[in-house]
Design a protein around this ligand. Structure first.
Ligand code: ADP
Length: 495
């Protein structure tokens, strides 16, 4: 245990000696001994003391009570008074200094020890209490929510600065008033007054939450949207001793929500505009490109083999690139058309859609010697052309991205999920690194050069757009070299 340092303030030589002996034998450290009140105040300042034993009757300018009063006002050291006799007036004066004990001489050693231990204990408790009070006060001052407490009659006894700011009243003006005397709560829609929340909590002892629909009408009539939470305060015996209200100003939150909605709408609008633009631009590029291709064909037919080798190479290169440009324009056109297409959905046999897609891909299937199997596919609701496009893009990719020396093997299956059909197009191709699993669904994102695999990077973005327009989801499950499975869902309920 740490030593307890005690200051003795006593001017009777014999008593000093006696006290010193007794304290030392009880295990305390007598840090210092002084004979006057002035000296005691001085020592309190420059020594680390745990306790002061103070005689009341002292020689000099000030007596023990006055010395204790000065020490009490400046330092946090517990004082025990020692006295042989004191009149009522002195006792009254002593009380004001909040002493930790009072021993009447002569006293037993045991009484002295008890008085000292009680004083130290009480002092420690008070220090802890003050600490937690300070913590609470700091917390209440610094949190962003308004806090108001009332007693068990619903009379306000505390408000933090945020609450003062919200309701427009200072704590000292509001104290002992009822809540409805200083502000009103109304329902935002009906504008009806909300029943007195505090009375409700006091009556039922339950937490009351008012969120998303409450308006506070502050002093001067300002209206502030707020969330309110009111909870009972209970004592050790579970009796309700008051109510604590937490008020949160939701103006900023609501403004942010509105702003977010506005941004989402704005984004959708600008996306639509961009698609419209892409559509018009690619559409208008088609006819000059057709002319260029036409002239290139003429050039090729008339002059191929008649000029020099270089000229032949230039003509073929120009023709190849015109073809690629044509593909690109067609893909952009398809992509931007899908978003603007609002043809009503119809009930469709997905089997037919797949077969149509395979028909469109017959050349590729034949050239690659692809092996295809598929389940019996269900009825779905949607846009015929768009869904054919999805099957065609996915099967087309499964064929295109096959391994160099293995013909593609493609399996199309379907599984019924709680409220959707999950279609799966699995291949035995080159596979995809999972780190690109999301990226490939973005427009123009490709993992290969044109030389390795031709393409524009628009196919999967178009599929995603179509599937999402149908209320479904699309993703890929794959590993490099292990084949890929592209999955998409279509709602099975009627849309
Ligand atoms: P494109 O095929 O025109 O490049 P897509 O949008 O259809 O564009 O595909 C994007 C990329 O995803 C492709 O470039 C390819 O790298 C990858 N990918 C698509 N399907 C497969 C598949 N079945 N196997 C492996 N990779 C694929």
């Amino acid at each position: 245990m740490a030593e307890t340092k005690i200051l003795i303030v006593e001017d009777e030589g014999i008593e000093v000696l006696d006290l010193q002996l007794r304290l030392t034998s009880m295990g305390y450290t007598v840090q210092d001994i002084v004979a006057t009140g002035e000296e005691a105040v001085g020592k309190a300042e420059d020594t680390h003391l745990d306790l002061i034993l103070m005689d009341i009757m002292l020689q000099g300018e000030i007596d023990g009570v006055e010395a204790a009063a000065r020490i009490h006002s400046q330092f946090d050291i517990p004082v025990i008074f020692l006295t042989a006799y004191a009149d009522d007036k002195t006792l009254e004066r002593a009380k004001v200094t909040e002493p930790y004990g009072y021993l009447v001489k002569p006293f037993q050693e045991r009484d002295l020890q008890i008085a000292i231990e009680m004083a130290l204990y009480k002092h420690r408790m008070e220090r802890d209490l003050k600490k937690s009070e300070r913590l609470l006060a700091t917390t209440l001052r610094s949190i962003g929510d308004g806090v108001i407490t009332t007693d068990n009659n619903g009379l306000i006894n505390f408000m933090n600065p945020v609450a003062e700011g919200l309701v427009g009243w200072k704590l000292n003006e509001a104290v002992n008033k009822k809540l409805p005397d200083i502000f009103n709560l109304i329902d935002r829609k009906s504008r009806q007054a909300v029943k007195n929340t505090v009375s409700k909590v006091l009556l039922h002892g339950k937490i009351v939450n008012l969120a998303n629909h409450t308006m506070l009408i502050a002093k001067g009539g300002a209206e502030i949207p707020i969330d309110v939470r009111a909870a009972p305060i209970r004592d050790d015996r579970d009796n309700i001793t008051g109510v604590v209200l937490v008020l949160r100003d939701v103006t900023t939150r609501e403004r942010a929500e509105k702003e977010e909605k506005r941004l989402v709408a704005e984004l959708a609008r600008s996306n639509r505009e961009l698609e419209q633009f892409a559509y018009i631009a690619s559409h208008d590029l088609q006819s000059p490109l057709r002319l260029i291709s036409g002239f290139l064909n003429l050039l090729s037919r008339r002059y191929m083999g008649k000029l020099d080798a270089k000229a032949d190479e230039f003509i073929s290169s120009a023709m190849r690139n015109a073809e690629r440009m044509d593909q690109l324009i067609n893909d952009i056109l398809a992509f931007s058309k899908e978003g603007n297409n609002d043809k009503p959905f119809e009930l469709l046999k997905s089997q037919d859609l797949l077969e149509l897609a395979l028909y469109n891909l017959q050349a590729e299937i034949k050239d690659s010697r692809a092996n295809l199997t598929f389940d019996n596919l269900p009825l779905v609701t949607g846009d015929r052309n768009q869904l054919v496009q999805v099957f065609q893009n996915l099967v087309g990719n499964a064929i295109k991205y096959h391994k160099p020396h293995e013909p593609p093997w493609i399996q199309i299956t379907v599984e019924e999920k709680p409220d959707a059909w999950e279609f799966r197009v699995a291949d035995n191709g080159i596979g995809i690194n999972p780190q690109f699993a999301e990226r490939i669904f973005q427009i123009f994102q490709r993992l290969h050069t044109m030389r390795e695999y031709p393409g524009t990077g628009i196919g999967l973005a178009t599929c995603k757009k179509i599937v999402e327009r149908h209320g479904g989801r699309i993703w890929v499950e794959s590993m490099p070299e292990q084949g890929s499975t592209f999955c998409f869902t279509l709602p099975s309920r009627q849309m």
